[in-house]
Ligand binder design. Structure first.
Ligand code: CIR
Length: 265
């Protein structure tokens, strides 16, 4: 089992303004708010069923994308980092998360301008952090974060995903399952920095028809996966991995995956 065990999560249910959030890749139409809220409640219940204490922040109408809390911080076992999200409309989501972290006894260090980092670009593989350089996370921010993590004894590698078509964040295309196994979407590079970082890691390839399902989340003894992706569910079952399937349709419409909806630590 994964050595990283979580006890806490922070979430923020979608507000009415959720429908006005950013969409860059999905083009699936407008989300239905009532359905999004129901899906979010099921997500919280899943985290609780994995043993996590969930801090539920109030919806924030000023920030349509603020339900995607993952992008605002990177929390490891040794250090918490408040990010500077790359989308200008999301930059001011951070102070409320910093306040919540303070309330839970964490004192985050901050990414500084001109660096930008979205938490969705950060994939922790045990002691090794992969940091995506994307349309949201720039090289300056990625290097700041890498330095912070290396100072804590972690390894950190930058992975440039700017040329991967339709990929918002690094973790839209990969998810670490623990135990040296990585879920990988079709279209992720098979050479270069990612291939180097995954040396010795078992690549579990996601079928081309199910690429959204590549964003899944290992939470203690379970993996949360999006429902509606039977090939991926079968692959995980064959690996002996226990899963919880969650409806994610309304978040998918806004380019969000399972990992984006929580900060786990
Ligand atoms: C955005 O474009 O920022 C949101 N609509 C989606 C953010 C998804 N976050 C994530 O993958 N970590």
């Amino acid at each position: 089992m994964s050595p990283v065990r979580f006890t806490q999560a922070i979430v923020r249910p979608p507000g009415a303004s959720f429908v006005n959030g950013l969409t860059t890749a999905a083009a699936l139409g407008a989300p239905v708010l009532t359905r999004a809220r129901t899906q979010h409640q099921a997500y919280i219940a899943a985290l609780r069923s994995c043993g996590l204490q969930v801090t539920e922040l109030a919806p924030d109408e000023a920030f349509p994308d603020s339900t995607f809390v993952e992008d605002t911080a990177v929390i490891s076992q040794r250090v918490a980092v408040a990010t500077r999200p790359g989308a200008p409309t999301r930059a001011d989501e951070v102070p409320a998360i910093v306040a919540a972290l303070h309330g839970l006894g964490l004192e985050p260090v901050h990414i500084q301008a001109p660096g930008t980092v979205d938490g969705g670009d950060i994939c922790q593989m045990d002691e090794h952090f992969l940091i995506g350089v994307s349309a949201r996370t720039n090289e300056n921010g990625a290097n700041q974060l890498a330095d912070i993590l290396r100072q804590q004894g972690y390894r950190a590698s930058l992975i440039d995903v700017r040329t991967v078509p339709g990929l918002l964040h690094l973790k839209s295309g990969i998810s670490y399952l623990g135990d040296q196994r990585m879920m990988v979407a079709p279209g992720m590079p098979r050479a270069g920095a990612l291939a180097g970082a995954l040396a010795g890691i078992e690549r579990i390839e996601v079928d081309r028809s199910e690429s959204y399902a590549a964003n899944c989340v290992r939470v203690n003894d379970k993996v949360l996966i999006a429902s509606g992706f039977p090939r991926m569910a079968a692959v995980l079952a064959a690996q002996g991995i226990a899963t919880i399937r969650l409806e994610m349709s309304e978040f998918q419409k806004m380019d969000g995956g399972l990992s984006c909806l929580s900060l786990r630590f």
